[in-house]
Design a protein around this ligand. Structure first.
Ligand code: SF4
Length: 486
């Protein structure tokens, strides 16, 4: 147990499909494979065959969670899927998703990426009205609220009423009987996109899931938009339910989480990372013999950085001086400090010939606890590096994330209470520099007021108890009997 704060939930991948003539289970399964990097703790699929809902949710990787027989049992041309990331309590099957349930108003399946900051208030209110909860996850809260609203309103109004009550980040794929919906929170904090397949439509956290099915990305789901896939796979209907003044896109999706081959909010992640690398050179470039990435997520940053350096006539060589053991998971998602420390050593091995006797710049996407950086600098010195400079493709992370990214507590974040100079000393590098917030906003072509920068400024786009907000936001008043929607 890592001592993560209350309110921190999963980081996940979601998908939903509606097809004309074939079963949804296998396309969903392949799409989940493409989203595996967004969560390795559990995987699940819910389908609907027009009469009843089918579900299979298992702990483990996608490849281990389903057998042929499991997929055969998931009947129906529509369905949703989910992969989930470890949380505070470690492995926990009661929070695995999609969440599925049958109510008087029909059967519901929900896949959620994000985190509500007022789930406890809504849960308490609904429990008082007789709703029985089986988990402490906020996805179940959304399901119960939606089911309640569906008793009194049509699908679109019911979704709008629920969106009026929930506060926080959410990209959802939902089955209501045999209808598949996609919803993105009004600030668009977490990604969600729509794609066209040969025989239907798909909603997914990232466009890589559309690519893997030979589909075509149509566009991102807009912040505050509800998309309803037509049951025959013929098209989709769009309802712009909320139009906020500002969005709050998570810049970290581009920096770290998303696959480089995905396009998010209109930008290819690979291009963004290369451009951030170029900016890093502009802001804090240092001429060394070798520039090398921390594989894999530092690679695009490092190639942009080295290219910009070479264009300016710097005599630097881009080299892969660190080899990664692909069979060890990302350090970021290891649930305990001990596992994280062991994983760094297992995961990265320096190539002596590339490093020995050379000055080296190592490019990484971010520093969270500093464990990886400290060990890396030491590893490179052990194989003969003459100097080790660190350059980071994001600003210092000074505060936790409450929007669904399992990052660390404030106490665990190396930059929470230390200056860059102090961190440089702690990781024992010859120099250390981070990218500026300005560079992030400029590269993403967004104003800072349309980004979530909570973890690097300590000011959040949502009303979070005990934290500062960077905008005029209010939590909905729960318990207000009059729905303010229709
Ligand atoms: S706090 Fe950081 S990681 Fe969390 S949503 Fe905002 S930008 Fe993304």
């Amino acid at each position: 147990m890592s001592g993560l704060p209350q309110g921190l939930r999963e980081k996940c991948g979601v998908v939903g499909v509606s097809l004309a003539d074939r079963q949804a289970a296998r396309p969903l399964y392949y799409a989940l494979y493409a989203l595996q990097h967004r969560g390795q703790e559990s995987a699940g699929i819910v389908t609907h065959d027009g009469f009843q809902q089918h579900d299979h949710v298992e702990l483990g990787l996608v490849g281990d969670a389903f057998t042929e027989a499991d997929l055969d049992g998931l009947a129906g041309r529509v369905g949703i899927g989910h992969v989930r990331y470890p949380t505070e309590g470690g492995l926990d099957s009661s929070c695995a998703q999609p969440f599925s349930v049958s109510f008087k108003s029909g059967s519901l399946g929900l896949s959620h990426n994000g985190n509500l900051v007022n789930a406890d208030e809504i849960r308490e209110e609904l429990a008082g009205l007789g709703h029985a909860f089986t988990s402490d996850g906020d996805t179940e809260v959304i399901a119960h609220d939606l089911a309640r609203n569906l008793l009194e309103a049509d699908l679109v109004r019911a979704v709008k009423r629920t969106m009026n009550r929930i506060h926080g980040s959410y990209s959802l794929t939902i089955t209501h009987d045999d209808t598949v919906l996609g919803v993105r929170d009004p600030e668009g904090n977490r990604p969600l996109c729509i794609g066209k397949l040969d025989d239907g439509y798909i909603l997914a956290s990232e466009s890589a899931a559309i690519d893997v099915l030979d589909g075509e990305l149509i566009r991102d789901v807009n912040p505050g938009e509800l998309v309803v896939l037509q049951e025959d796979g013929e098209g989709f209907d769009s309802y712009q339910l909320f139009t906020p003044e500002n969005t709050a896109h998570c810049f970290f999706e581009h920096v770290y989480f998303a696959r480089p081959d995905s396009a998010i909010d209109g930008k290819l992640v690979y291009d963004v990372r290369r451009d951030l690398g170029r900016k890093l050179w502009e802001e804090s470039g240092i001429e060394t013999d070798v520039v090398m990435p921390v594989p894999d997520s530092g690679r695009a940053f490092a190639s942009g950085y080295a290219e910009a350096a070479q264009e300016e006539g710097a005599d630097v060589e881009f080299a892969e001086g660190l080899m990664k053991n692909r069979y060890v998971g990302r350090t970021f998602i290891m649930p305990t400090q001990d596992a994280r420390e062991r994983a760094v050593r297992l995961k990265l091995n320096p190539i002596r010939d590339v490093v020995e006797g050379k000055t080296v710049t190592v490019i990484d996407d971010s520093i969270v606890r500093g464990t990886t950086s400290t060990q890396l600098v030491q590893l490179l010195r052990d194989v003969g590096a003459e100097a080790v400079h660190m350059r980071i493709g994001a600003p210092p992370i000074i505060a936790p994330c409450y929007m669904g990214i399992d990052m660390a507590t404030r106490e665990e974040l190396i930059a929470a209470d230390q200056t860059t100079e102090e961190i440089c000393e702690e990781i024992a590098a010859d120099s250390l520099a981070y990218l500026s917030i300005d560079a992030i906003a400029e590269t993403l072509d967004e104003s800072e007021s349309d980004l979530c920068l909570g973890c690097v400024t300590g000011e959040y786009p949502y009303d979070i108890e005990g934290e500062e907000t960077d905008r005029d936001v209010e939590r909905p008043v729960i318990g207000d009997p009059a729905p303010a929607d229709d």
